[in-house]
Design a protein around this ligand. Structure first.
Ligand code: ATP
Length: 214
């Protein structure tokens, strides 16, 4: 089966498998049955088998899954076995917080942080100096970068995203509270924090009506 046919719901579940398997590894668990994994993850065993069958299975009848192998394989499917250079555009509170966070763990290395505010120029966040945004095009040309994190205000987000696209950025992690309209060649993952909090608000108001938090 080609990757194109994998449903987005399956892809969304992969990081969670990866996380649980990582925790099992930390606890020196060598193998696990789909039943045990399903109990821990609160999904059905058949869901796990179906999901993993999309990529060839990985389990053995009567043995279950080898935790390390499955963890590594899911990591490869997610592309975590290669380091990705990442830039952050917008070094406000959120941009700086993200720049401070350790995404190297999963292979994303922040190599550039950009802002329009000259007062931020030269300020180092986790060892990376904030640069002025007018140097961004050249920076992208000089480095191998496919991923950009967008933490600029809503008004600026679309035009910056379009520029990033023309400069060769292929993936945008968008925290600006707006939808970006880019060609299909650019992957966009929106993280709209307000909207996430609004769904929490809904859950609080309608307590117990939504069963799972993922
Ligand atoms: P945050 O929203 O992350 O808490 P903030 O409240 O400090 O940050 P915002 O107004 O949201 O500020 O802007 C986020 C950052 O984006 C700011 O540091 C701002 O200077 C920067 N910014 C605004 N316009 C641009 C632009 N065109 N290019 C690059 N950075 C920009």
């Amino acid at each position: 089966m080609s990757e194109r046919e994998i449903s987005s719901a399956v892809i969304r579940r992969l990081p969670r498998y990866y996380r649980y398997l990582g925790e099992l590894l930390e606890n020196n668990v060598v193998r696990i049955s789909s039943k045990e994994l399903s109990i821990r993850m609160k999904v059905t065993a058949s869901q796990i088998r179906q999901d993993l069958n999309n990529f060839g299975g990985f389990g053995q009848q009567g043995y279950g899954y080898n935790v390390e192998y499955l963890h590594d394989e899911i990591g490869k499917i997610l592309g975590l076995d290669a380091t990705q250079n990442m830039i952050i555009i917008g070094a406000g509170n959120l941009g700086q917080a993200l720049a401070n966070y350790d995404f190297d763990r999963i292979g994303f290395k922040v190599i550039g942080i950009f802002d329009i505010n000259p007062r931020l120029e030269g300020l180092a966040v986790r060892g990376v100096e904030i640069q002025m945004v007018d140097t961004l095009e050249q920076f992208i040309k000089d480095h191998e970068i496919h991923v950009a994190t967008l933490t600029v205000p809503k008004k600026q987000a679309r035009s910056i995203a379009k520029q990033l696209e023309t400069w060769g950025i292929r993936a945008i992690w968008n925290f600006a509270p707006t939808d970006l309209h880019l060609s299909e060649d650019v992957c966009v993952k929106n993280v709209h924090l307000d909207e996430s909090l609004m769904t929490l608000s809904y859950n609080l108001r309608h307590r117990g009506k939504e069963k799972y938090s993922y």
